[in-house]
Design a protein around this ligand. Structure first.
Ligand SMILES: C[S@@+](CC[C@H](N)C(=O)[O-])C[C@H]1O[C@@H](n2cnc3c(N)ncnc32)[C@H](O)[C@@H]1O
Length: 224
C-alpha cells in the first residue's frame, strides 16, 4: 500500500491556480472533456442508486449534469447539494438548474472539498467524478475523511476516477508522462481508488473497472 501510494504523482498546483483553470475552461469544458467522460459518470450515478427523498451531495460538480440528474431522482421530497471550487462552474450549473425548473431542491456552494461546509451525518449519498485525482496525495485522505464525516450512518459514496490499479499499460504510462510534463492540461492523474476509500474507513460495496479512451477508470461505491 505504502509503495503504491508513493508512486502517485504529487500535485503542486495551488488552489488559486486550480480555480483559475476551471473558471477559464468552464464554457468549453463540455465539448473538451465533459461529453467524453459522460459514460463512466452515468454508470457511477446509477451504481450510487440515489432514491426519492434522499439528501445527496456532488463534489466538484463542474458543468452540472450530475446535479440535474440527482435532482431529478431525489424528487420533491429530497435535496441535492453541490460544492465546487470554481465560481464560473457554479454560475453555469446554477443557470442549468434554473432552466430545468429544479432550483427549489438544489443548493450550490463555492468551496473546497478538503473542508466541507456541512454538518456531520447529513447526507445519504455523495458523488464525485474526475475530482479526487486533482488533490495532492496527502489531501486525498483528508477529502475522503470529510466525506465520511458528513455521510449518515450507512450513507454511501461513489467515486469515479482514473485508476492506477492493475497492470500498467503503455497508454496509462503515456498519459502519466503527459501529466508530469503538462500538469495543467492533463490535470487528473490515476489513483488507487478502492484502496484510498478503504484506507479512509469506507467499506467497498461495489468496485467496477472500465476503459475511457483506453485508460483504466475505477467506479467504487463505498459505505460508512
Ligand atoms: C475535471 S472537473 C470534473 C467535473 C465533473 N465532476 C465532471 O465529471 O464532469 C473537476 C471539477 O472539480 C472542481 N474542483 C477542483 N478542485 C476542487 C476542490 N478543491 N474542491 C471542490 N471542487 C474542486 C473544479 O472546479 C471542476 O469543476
Amino acid at each position: 500500500m505504502l509503495n503504491e501510494d508513493m508512486t502517485i504523482t504529487r500535485v503542486t498546483r495551488t488552489r488559486a491556480e486550480t480555480r483559475a483553470t476551471y473558471d477559464r475552461i468552464s464554457r468549453w469544458y463540455d465539448p473538451l472533456e465533459g461529453y467524453w467522460e459522460s459514460k463512466p459518470k452515468q454508470i457511477g450515478l446509477q451504481k450510487l442508486g440515489v432514491q426519492s427523498g434522499e439528501v445527496a451531495l456532488e463534489i466538484g460538480f463542474g458543468t452540472g449534469h450530475g446535479i440535474v440528474a440527482l435532482a431529478q431522482v431525489v424528487g420533491e421530497l429530497g435535496k441535492v447539494y453541490g460544492i465546487d471550487l470554481s465560481p464560473r462552474m457554479l454560475a453555469l450549473t446554477q443557470s442549468r438548474v434554473n432552466q430545468t425548473g429544479l432550483a427549489a431542491r438544489v443548493m450550490l456552494k463555492n468551496g473546497d472539498a478538503t473542508a466541507l461546509p456541512f454538518d456531520a451525518n447529513f447526507f445519504d449519498a455523495i458523488f464525485m467524478s474526475f475530482v479526487l485525482e486533482l488533490f495532492d496525495t496527502p489531501e486525498i485522505p483528508q477529502v475522503l475523511s470529510e466525506c465520511r464525516r458528513v455521510l449518515k450512518h450507512d450513507g454511501r459514496l461513489c467515486v469515479v476516477s482514473l485508476s492506477k490499479t492493475g497492470q500498467a499499460t503503455w497508454r496509462r504510462n503515456l498519459y502519466e508522462w503527459g501529466h508530469e510534463k503538462f500538469p495543467s492540461l492533463l490535470d487528473c492523474r490515476p489513483l488507487y481508488v478502492q484502496k484510498a476509500l478503504e484506507a479512509a474507513g469506507l467499506q467497498t460495496r461495489e468496485a467496477t473497472r472500465m476503459l475511457l479512451w483506453e485508460l483504466p477508470v475505477e467506479i467504487v461505491v463505498g459505505s460508512k
